[in-house]
Design a protein around this ligand. Sequence first.
Ligand SMILES: C[S@@+](CC[C@H](N)C(=O)[O-])C[C@H]1O[C@@H](n2cnc3c(N)ncnc32)[C@H](O)[C@@H]1O
Length: 302
Amino acid sequence: MSKACRSPFFYVGDKYKIIDQIRLYFPQNIDKYVEPFVGGGSSFLNAEAKEYILNDIDKNLINLHNYLRKSSNKEKVFFNNAYNKINEYNLSCSAIGNFVDPDLKKKHVKTYYAHNNKLGYLKLRDYYNCNKSDLLSLYILLIYGFNRMLRYNSIGNFNIPVGNVDFNTNVKKSLQFYFEFHRKKKVVFHNKDYKKFIKSIDFSKNDFIYLDPPYLITNSEYNKLWNEKDEKELLSLLDELNNKGVKFAISNLISTSSKTNNIFNEWAKKYKIIEISSNYISYHNNSKNEKHREVLVINYDN
Ligand SMILES: C[S@@+](CC[C@H](N)C(=O)[O-])C[C@H]1O[C@@H](n2cnc3c(N)ncnc32)[C@H](O)[C@@H]1O
């Protein structure tokens, strides 16, 4: 198995750290790899298949995926444009040796990127909010933003504050990998509710669906709209797929130190449950490793 690669979205709640444990259980020889809750994509980027059919309800996220996918054929132009924009807004850029001034580093030992980049970041954010079709600006905001999140206010403006990060060699490498993946593979993105998306797929024998839905008992930005009704509907849709012989694997968190997802826990007993060892990090307190049980549930023999 090749080394797992990181998605250039560095998405909150991504599967990068545990993808090696998960993909061990993916079927061999997948024709269509289907992922209804694709997020930043750290799962599909580490799965072998003939083609990839991906979906997320977040329109801005899918616009960015499509923008990067199209940029894969003009990688040099993409990097030139990105570095030019980063320079235009006076942002540090470790990937090309534009480091933060040593005096500022000494003054703000743990927060020097945020101090260095705040002004330029806010200017770029104002620019993007008046020019929403400029997806390069949005990608740069994602990379320099707090927790690398995509979040908009009620009037549709991007509102993430500056983060304590910059465009470094990890970002560059993850983009290079992402571009190469898209040059080699057949990938399509959709932007629908997962039910509509799953119902639109014509599954064949060697197709496989991997699901990483919002977790009912955690509090990420994208979990806000997910409730018990959604959870039950999703699980009964999976029972329907099982009856049709479609192979699926679904990730979920069964319990934290304070909560249990009883709906998922009961449902999963019908299938094969694989325990995943992870350092699940609480959204509210990312220094605290809660006691938790994270699992992968599959409906096939592997
Ligand atoms: C746990 S994240 C997926 C993370 C992803 N596996 C990764 O590694 O980056 C869940 C995703 O589900 C999406 N989502 C939430 N509700 C949805 C819905 N009803 N239909 C489709 N996608 C939805 C969110 O936008 C979010 O990107």
